[in-house]
Design a protein around this ligand. Structure first.
Ligand code: ADP
Ligand code: ADP
Ligand code: ZN
Ligand code: ZN
Length: 751
């Protein structure tokens, strides 16, 4: 290997997904940005080749003994990858973790804050753990450190006017003849035909709040000892004393209607014991500081001028400054991480890495500009540069021109999506890209067009005096029958206003967001859009067999992978890994099912078709309509059988859009639909939004993308800034008007 090659990560002959024997060099300790239309193959290079190989190498470091317990990571389909350092992937997956995971815990800032209180807090209480709500010594004993006290809404849990036989217990698990219902009735302690309102005080107490006790019962002729517990007591132990956020989504949904929630009456939401809360610095306790916005907190910390505290103050302000730098100054340390958006989650993860001292790491980012207003993009750029200057290699997949400009090196993948992509169409400097004549280069040079002929609204939907989160008595009219863009810097209150306040008054609105779609790992574009049903019928009638054979839930599907073709394995410390199914070799169905053909293709072959190929193959009217809708939203390149769990947030959003396209007279709410879209795809998206509006729908879109904002009929700008400095409507009007609005930051960037 030549000396100069060591300065590059060298990839030769990459063939994952649509890649056509791609070879490239990525300069080490520089920022390389991958560009290109959606589906061109950026992720196939960056995630499926580079990151996958790094994970595999990491795995090889384990001893043979440990490796026996780990799945075998297949080598990415490539001839060679050289000079790869350890890769850290900073993606947009939301941060979970339940009520005990907060901004403060995830960024490791809370432990330092606790250290500060244990050193200089008054009165002196010693012990660092006393300040942790995750530690039994520190947590408020009433709420176990959750800060909220949950209660049961009794009026919803039981119906006193009914008997047990009539279904007096409405709580889940107690349906008549259900398991828990049987326990209660067969215990013999309660009269199942008496209305609860007629129970004696003592019996009612026993039925609802009785402590667990053993009762002898007759089960299938055998005397058995069974534990019987009061209905409310059991529900409380199961769902209220434990963090319900850690249960499955289905369970959470089932129990939610019965749970009422309020701040804990002992700690008032501070989560800590009284001893911890009595300890103060400059009159403030640790909960006061944790509930301050980071921007304000950093000032409060700087005011502590005790020499004993100096080193701790220094390390705290350093970390807090990282949060300010990345535009998260409006968040508080006590904010639960599972309420953060995807973009916010990614930026929080980024901060964690900035504070660490790793060098010679390859950092991989997936569209880090998501959720950022054009005003704040430069902050992101500075952080990427800091990571580079510490001696790391930074690889970014990005569509935002303002981030692309920053690249030391650009790799433009294309020319189009899917089988019409998979090659590198340009490599080099940003200046060179502008002259290269590729789709990316051409679009970078195009000037912004402001919409002049804005539509007239057909009516309005009013929001009155909204005050949730940071909103300050916001009253605003949303025009109907037009395309409205809701804009403003991150944290200004856009999602609060639209996704929470507006949607709670208009629950019938069609929400098209980036949250994951699909209920099971077997969901794919064909099942989600309903194409699979039509395809099954077609296979059944062509072969004169039952359609059940062609379902993933049937006996026809491979039993080992349940028709997935791959097997997912969850690992404790790493993301789940996907391995090809060893039984069917990825073909998903049993051999006898694969023998049935439709126009010469097996069901497995149909599921391997891209939307584009399927459009050529099928003539069925319903199937063609659904395929065309997917093609219209720019998903030509995805295959019908690709698991929905492998789609990006932006792709999930567009597949939802595709399945809702045919409605009329509806309200559509979209949250940053340009995520994952190349500049050349945005024109396409705008066409679809315009088509929806022309069909009589109202479209409301939360956006940072200037191409979309400039083409809206109406703009509602929230601000002026984030968090407590936002929460007001600073502008309402047309694109031409906003560029003259002094108070609007968005207006300045449109100009
Ligand atoms: P980009 O990142 O540029 O949007 P991708 O690398 O995700 O593009 O996709 C390139 C091509 O590979 C597309 O045709 C896509 O459908 C296909 N592809 C991506 N991931 C998978 C997968 N897990 N299984 C099958 N095909 C995939
Ligand atoms: P935007 O959508 O403009 O980025 P958000 O509506 O998400 O802004 O946030 C507005 C303000 O409300 C911010 O200060 C944010 O921290 C706060 N906020 C948003 N969601 C929550 C939540 N679930 N709990 C507490 N505060 C929240
Ligand atoms: Zn409490
Ligand atoms: Zn299988």
């Amino acid at each position: 290997m030549s000396e100069s090659n060591q300065e590059y990560i060298v990839i030769s002959g990459a063939r994952e997904n649509n890649l056509k024997n791609v070879s490239l060099r990525i300069p080490k300790r520089q920022i390389t940005i991958f560009t290109g239309v959606s589906g061109s193959g950026k992720s196939s290079i960056v995630f499926d080749t580079i990151a996958a190989e790094s994970t595999r190498l990491l795995n090889e470091n384990f001893s043979l003994f440990v490796r026996n317990f780990l799945p075998r990571y297949p080598q990415p389909d490539t001839d060679a990858i050289e000079n790869l350092s350890m890769a850290v992937i900073v993606d947009q997956k939301r941060l979970g973790g339940g009520s005990h995971s907060t901004m403060g815990t995830i960024t490791d800032i809370s432990p330092i804050l606790r250290l500060l209180f244990s050193r200089v807090g008054q009165p002196y209480v010693g012990q660092v753990n006393l300040f942790s709500f995750n530690d039994p010594q520190g947590m408020c004993p009433e709420c176990n450190g959750i800060g909220r006290r949950l209660g049961i809404d009794m009026s919803k849990a039981v119906d006193m006017s009914k008997s047990l036989h009539e279904g007096a217990i409405i709580l889940p698990d107690y349906s008549v003849n259900g398991w828990d219902w049987n326990m209660i009735v067969q215990s013999g302690s309660f009269d199942p035909d008496k209305k609860l309102s007629e129970y004696s005080e003592e019996d009612l107490e026993q039925l609802l709040y009785g402590k667990a006790r053993k009762v002898k019962m007759d089960f299938a002729g055998k005397a058995t000892n069974i534990t019987v517990e009061g209905v409310i007591e059991k529900f409380t132990n199961k769902y209220i004393k434990q963090d319900v956020k850690m249960k499955s989504e289905r369970t959470q949904r089932a129990v939610a209607p019965f749970i009422s929630e309020g701040p804990c009456s002992s700690c008032h939401g501070a989560r800590l014991s009284q001893a911890a809360l009595n300890c103060r610095i400059n009159g403030l306790n640790i909960a006061d500081l944790s509930s301050m916005e980071v921007g304000q907190l950093i000032r409060a910390i700087r005011e502590i001028d005790d020499p004993v505290a100096a080193p701790v103050v220094k390390s705290l302000t350093e970390r807090l400054q990282h949060l300010v730098d990345i535009g998260l100054d409006y968040l508080t340390l006590d904010r639960e991480t599972d309420t953060l958006s995807g973009g916010e989650s990614q930026r929080v993860k980024m901060v964690k890495h900035l504070s660490g001292s790793l060098v010679d790491v390859t950092y991989i980012f997936d569209e880090p500009s998501v959720g950022l207003h054009p005003r704040d993009v430069h902050r992101l750029n500075e952080l990427l540069q800091k990571l580079r200057d510490k001696g790391n290699t930074v690889i970014v997949v990005e569509h935002d021109p303002d981030v692309i400009k920053l690249a030391d090196h650009i790799v433009d993948v294309g020319p189009h999506a899917g089988s019409r992509g998979g090659t590198i169409v340009y490599e080099g400097s940003f200046q060179g890209l502008l002259e290269a004549g590729t789709l990316t280069g051409t679009h970078m040079k195009r000037p912004l067009q402001l919409k002049h002929d804005c539509r007239q609204p057909s009516g309005k939907l009013s929001i009155k005096d909204a005050t949730l989160h940071n909103l300050r008595n916001v009253s605003v009219d949303i025009p109907t029958g037009v395309l409205t863009a809701v804009t403003g810097v991150a944290g200004s209150g856009k999602s609060t206003l639209i996704n929470e306040v507006f949607l709670s008054h208009h629950p019938d609105a069609i929400v098209i967001d980036q949250s994951a779609v699909g209920v099971s790992t077997r969901s794919n574009p064909a099942t989600y859009t309903g194409i699979m049903d039509d395809v099954r019928k077609a296979f059944a009638s062509a072969n004169k067999v039952g359609q059940g054979l062609f379902s993933f839930n049937s006996k026809g599907a491979c039993e080992n992978c349940q028709g997935l073709g791959v097997v997912y394995t969850d690992l404790a410390f790493l993301d789940s890994v996907k391995l090809p199914c060893e039984v069917c070799g990825g073909r998903r169905f049993k051999d006898e099912v694969l023998a049935y053909k439709l126009n010469g293709k097996s069901i497995a072959e149909v599921l391997e078709m891209t939307v584009e190929q399927a459009l050529d193959f099928f003539q069925l009217k319903e199937v063609v309509r659904k395929l065309q809708a997917m093609s219209d939203v720019g998903l030509n390149y995805i295959t019908l059988g690709q698991p929905l769990s492998t789609l990006s947030g932006g792709e999930c959003q567009r597949i939802k859009l595709a399945s809702e396209l045919h409605k009329k007279g509806s309200i559509y709410v979209m949250d940053e639909p340009t995520t994952g879209l190349h500049m050349s795809d945005i024109g396409h998206l705008l066409e679809i939004m315009n088509r929806l509006v022309d069909a009589g729908n109202t479209v409301i879109v939360i956006e940072h993308n200037l191409d979309v904002i400039s083409q809206a009929d109406w703009i509602i700008d929230i601000g002026p800034d984030g968090g407590s400095k936002g929460g007001q409507v600073v502008f309402e009007g047309t694109p031409v008007q906003i560029i003259h609005a002094e108070q609007s930051i968005t207006g300045r960037y449109l100009k």
